[in-house]
Design a protein around this ligand. Structure first.
Ligand code: ATP
Ligand code: MG
Length: 322
């Protein structure tokens, strides 16, 4: 649905996007993750035509995002709703009028029964039916983001772009907002791109993710796959390099996928091979209701071959760490 090919963008001497190529499928929730300054917001702004790019192509449903035809660009922009970290609500307007704002901007009537039905419907969809005439200052951060989501949906977009939409919210409220985005994706069939620096966000809702570093994609795939076998750079991003592994013996990292995470591989191996080892590091995490994990064990040099052979036949993914 959205295709970027070798997109490059400079701000003066600063090369902010260095040849980004990604493809986002219809109805997907796609994550773009990376550290501050990686170029995530710039990328999102290029996709919805708020920012121009120097070379490469961006297409949405085959139509190029291009500055040559302002009318076409505006039509494309109408298909894309956007939400931000700081909500961008107008304080002098109540919830209803904030949600109605894009319709006003497009010269549409906002007080007709039809418009009212739609605006009220969206406010109810985001769970704020009882706050319809509240002002933004009377709302919590989570509620403000709900208003912003309703506003982003009011022109019936096909795509919702979220720039750090949950970064200012606590973990509990973050989960609620993400659940709302998931519902919007499922029930309304809206494609969603989430830009974030929080791995939690990607884990909870994204079906596909691109890691961006210094304006380049350093890894792309399903979040659980990248997590189960992260590349060196992804590991560094996740700050998962453990400094506390033993220097003696052999450290072996095991990766558990959804199918293997409830197999008692470790205890069975200890019993069957009659070897001792210590567990040096471990984690288990949820990805959209599936559990994935990884574990580092330390075995004696003399047991290395036996253990590796056992893990192979047990169909566990593993690697010896340097
Ligand atoms: N309008 C601009 N003019 C000049 N430089 C800019 C402009 N916008 C962004 N930059 C620079 O481009 C780089 C990427 O910025 P961008 O906002 O895309 O990063 P980001 O990944 O969204 O970071 P964050 O996680 O902090 O939001 C930064 O070095 C930033 O200073
Ligand atoms: Mg940003």
């Amino acid at each position: 649905m959205i295709k970027l090919e070798n997109v490059k963008k400079n701000f003066g001497d600063l090369s902010v996007l260095r040849g980004i190529s990604i493809e986002i499928q219809d109805r997907q929730i796609y994550g773009i993750i990376g550290q501050s300054g990686a170029g995530k917001s710039t990328l999102l702004r290029c996709i919805n035509g708020l920012e121009s790019y120097d070379s490469g192509t961006i297409t949405v449903n085959g139509a190029p995002v291009s500055f040559e035809n302002k009318n076409e660009l505006r039509k494309l922009q109408k298909k894309m709703g956007m939400i931000f970290q700081n909500f961008n609500l107008l304080n002098r307007l109540d919830v209803y009028d904030n949600v109605a704002l894009p319709m006003k901007f497009w010269g549409m009537k906002t007080k007709t029964p039809e418009a009212e039905k739609k605006i009220r419907g969206l406010i109810e969809l985001v769970g704020l039916g009882d706050k319809i005439h509240a002002r933004p200052r009377e709302l919590s951060g989570g509620q403000k983001q709900r208003v912003a989501i309703a506003r982003a949906l009011v022109l019936d977009p096909e795509i919702l772009l979220c720039d750090e939409a949950t970064s200012a919210l606590d973990p509990g409220i973050t989960r609620e907002i993400l659940a709302l985005l998931q519902k919007i994706n499922k029930e309304m069939g809206i494609t969603i791109i989430v830009v974030t620096h929080q791995m939690e966000v990607v884990k909870q809702i994204c079906e596909q993710v691109a890691f961006i570093k210094d304006g380049s994609v350093i890894a792309e795939g399903k979040p659980e796959e990248l997590f189960v076998k992260p590349t060196k750079e992804v590991k560094a991003f996740l700050q998962e390099e453990s400094d506390h592994l033993p220097e003696e013996g052999i450290n072996i990292q095991l990766f558990f996928t959804d199918e293997s995470s409830d197999n008692p591989v470790i205890t069975m191996m200890a019993r069957e091979l009659n070897v001792d080892f210590s567990i040096c590091w471990a984690k288990l995490e949820d990805f959209r209701s599936s559990v994935y994990g990884s574990l580092v064990i330390n075995v004696k040099e003399k047991d290395k071959e036996k253990v590796c052979a056992y893990l192979d036949q047990a169909k566990v993914l593993w690697e010896v760490l340097d």
